[in-house]
Design a protein around this ligand. Structure first.
Ligand code: UD1
Length: 432
């Protein structure tokens, strides 16, 4: 297995480049199944999750060409003949469940494994399934699989309301609705940038969608969609992570420049909270300059749906609050159990306690490097951030979690002055 070894105390200087968005690339790839010709998608990040989803797509008889390291993939579903997504792949990545909407929309049938558990608590898919039923699918559960069939071979369309707001369910239902016979109305649809990007790509293929970027989407089904070439957007969570990195370990007064950024995608709450910490932010087109303050101020946050504070930046924010002198709180309203990083941060000396769906942090205390365990994607990167401001060496174990969603993160950080390296290790080796 690999671990990251971070020697703390080196300042972040110079430039960082944001990769294409992981959470957007996955549904854009699923959209590639909805037409018979080649769909070319640029700016795909080179990540484990993309490789997994590529395999999921290939199982159906769809061809995927292109090398992820070139950041362009071409998807051609002309040969799609097996509308299935097997457990062995779905269990590796929940977003594989997008195959339900894509396969039902394209072929009128789907057999997709239920994703199962998640590291930070229950993550149901009831809204996805109810959504497909509302579009005219008959759905049954068979030995861990969702088996769905459109009545009459093609989805009819229908009215769907999402409660709570769900990015994944909104996109999944969209995937089914765009090729349905009739009209669909998606109420309380998610308005995260991922949803907007999907709508824009679908529209460029000939889909009829109104209300893009609002809570109600109107979809008039069409008989076919056309092949397209589309460019994925930058990763907003990687951007937010880099901004936090610059605020906690940049040199006060010396800006770090983050390239290929779309700050609008972060939402107002993150940007406002960030500026309240005292960090400087200067936006110049697709570049953001972040300047660390002399002393960070503690700013409490509450995660929420877009444009609220992203839950995917909550763990990283906690590290910022551990450095800021004073008391603060993090309230997690999307996933109340998403605090697996806290016991690991405790091991580094961070004074933070979990109280229900909140974490109370006493910042400004000594942070020390040690060995810590990654538990999920965002928790892992928060441990890397903590390592950057800790005394001594931090060993972030099980870094495969991080590889799912951050492209060459150690190379990017090392290129900007951080002392970080990837090392192979034996998880079960006895201590010396
Ligand atoms: C996506 C992101 C994930 C992010 C999350 C919230 C991807 C691949 N993942 O996940 O990184 O943390 O958005 O921004 O894009 N819910 C239900 N029933 C459902 C579906 C969801 O109750 O059928 C609930 C969830 O438990 C959660 C809330 O809805 O409390 C929002 O989840 P959702 O937006 O669906 O998250 P994902 O799309 O799975």
């Amino acid at each position: 297995m690999d671990k990251l070894v971070v020697r703390g105390g080196k300042p972040l200087v110079g430039d960082l480049h944001v990769s294409g968005s992981k959470n957007t690339a996955l549904p854009l790839m699923a959209i590639g199944l909805l037409t018979d010709g080649p769909v070319t998608i640029h700016h795909i990040p080179d990540l484990k999750d993309i490789t997994t989803f590529r395999k999921v797509i290939e199982v159906t008889g769809t061809t995927v060409t292109g090398d992820a390291s070139d950041h362009t993939l071409v998807i051609n579903a002309a040969g799609l003949n097996r509308p299935e997504a097997p457990y062995e792949l779905v269990k590796r990545m929940r977003a594989s469940f997008y195959m339900l909407g894509a396969l039902l929309g394209k072929t009128g049938q789907a057999r997709v494994s239920l994703p199962g558990g998640c590291a930070w608590g229950p993550r149901p898919v009831d809204l996805h399934i109810e959504g497909m039923k509302a579009l005219g699918a008959e759905v049954e559960l068979d030995a861990g699989y969702v088996v769905a069939r459109a009545k009459g071979g093609r989805l009819s369309g229908g009215r769907v309301s999402f409660e709570p707001s769900s990015v994944g369910a909104t996109i999944n239902v969209l995937l089914g609705a765009v090729l349905a016979k009739g009209e669909s109305v998606l109420e309380n649809a998610a308005i995260e940038p991922d949803v907007v990007e999907c709508c824009q790509m679908l529209r460029s293929m000939g889909a009829r969608i109104e209300g893009i970027g609002t809570r109600t989407l109107f979809v008039q089904g069409v008989d076919r969609l056309d092949p397209v070439t589309y460019t994925n957007c930058p990763d907003r969570i990687e951007l937010g992570t880099f901004m936090i990195a610059a605020a906690i370990s940049g040199i006060p007064g010396k800006p770090v420049t983050i390239h290929h950024a779309n700050p609008e995608h972060l939402g107002t709450s993150f940007l406002e909270s960030f500026e309240r910490t005292g960090a400087g932010v200067l936006i110049k087109g697709s570049q953001i300059q972040v300047t660390a303050p002399e002393e960070l101020r503690p700013v409490s946050i509450r995660t929420d749906v877009y444009p609220g504070f992203p839950t995917d930046l909550q763990a990283q924010w906690t590290v910022l609050l551990a450095k800021a002198v004073g008391n603060s709180k993090v309230h997690e309203s999307i996933y109340p159990d998403r605090f697996k990083h806290i016991p690991e941060l405790h091991r580094m000396g961070v004074n933070a306690i979990i109280v229900g769906d909140e974490v109370v942090i006493e910042g400004g205390k000594r942070i020390q490097g040690t060995s810590v365990m990654s538990t999920d994607l965002r928790a892992s990167v928060s441990l890397v951030l903590a390592g950057m401001i800790a005394e001594g060496e931090t060993h972030v174990l099980r870094v495969y979690h991080l590889d799912r969603g951050y492209e060459r993160v150690e190379e990017k950080l090392a290129g900007a002055g951080i002392d970080i390296e990837r090392v192979r290790y034996d998880e079960w080796a006895d201590p010396d």
